[in-house]
Structure formats: C-alpha cells, structure tokens
Design a protein around this ligand. Sequence first.
Ligand SMILES: [Zn+2]
Ligand SMILES: [Zn+2]
Ligand SMILES: [Zn+2]
Length: 125
Amino acid sequence: MDWKTFDWKNQKIGKKGNILTKTTYKCGFCMGTGIAPCRRNIPCPVCSGQGIVNVSPPAVICAYCNGQGKSYLNKDLSCIVCRGKGVVAVENKNIETCLDCNGKGRERGGLPCLICKGKGVVIKR
Ligand SMILES: [Zn+2]
Ligand SMILES: [Zn+2]
Ligand SMILES: [Zn+2]
C-alpha cells in the first residue's frame, strides 16, 4: 500500500484519458506555486494561492489544456474546461477516447470539443 498520496512527480504522468482517483492535485494554472503565472505578485486565482486543487474522482487530465490549466487560445487565462485545475472530473470510470476530437479536447478552431466538452474522453455507452 502506497501512502504517498501526494506524488508531485507522478501526478501528471497519467496519460490523457487515464482515470485519476486522487482528490488533490497540483494546481495546473500556477503549477503548484500558488502564484498567478501572468501577474507575479497576486495569488493564483484558481487555487487561491494554495498551489493545490481538489477534484472529486474519478477524473482525467484536462485534454483541452493538456493539464496546464491555461486556455488554449490565451495562455494568460485559466482553461475554461477544467477552470485552471488541469484535471477534470468525469461521471464514471467507464470512459473512452472521444473520437470526434481524437482525445485532444479541441475542435479545429481551438475551441473545446462539443462532444466531450474538452475532456478528450466520453462515457462509454
Ligand atoms: Zn494555482
Ligand atoms: Zn483544462
Ligand atoms: Zn472530443
């Protein structure tokens, strides 16, 4: 049993489309620093300066921002899919890659995929 629940190194290794079962993650937007990446002297708006965020499992790495927490169209803004967390909750573990966007979570114009809502995965039917 591994009690190192807070594995900073491993937490983003999970590939896109893999189920994550933790509840606490490093904040994607500030990369765990707690400081807003665009304005150095204010606390990160996503995690309120905590450097960590809570997401109820099961979850997946946000495909739209690649876990970075930043908007694909404007890197100064937090990702609209995961709200900057870098991780998004999914309904259940029974997921598969979204074929519409090929797991990228994006449509051609850079907007979140309408089918998977930017998660890159959909619930299996
Ligand atoms: Zn943050
Ligand atoms: Zn995102
Ligand atoms: Zn999709």
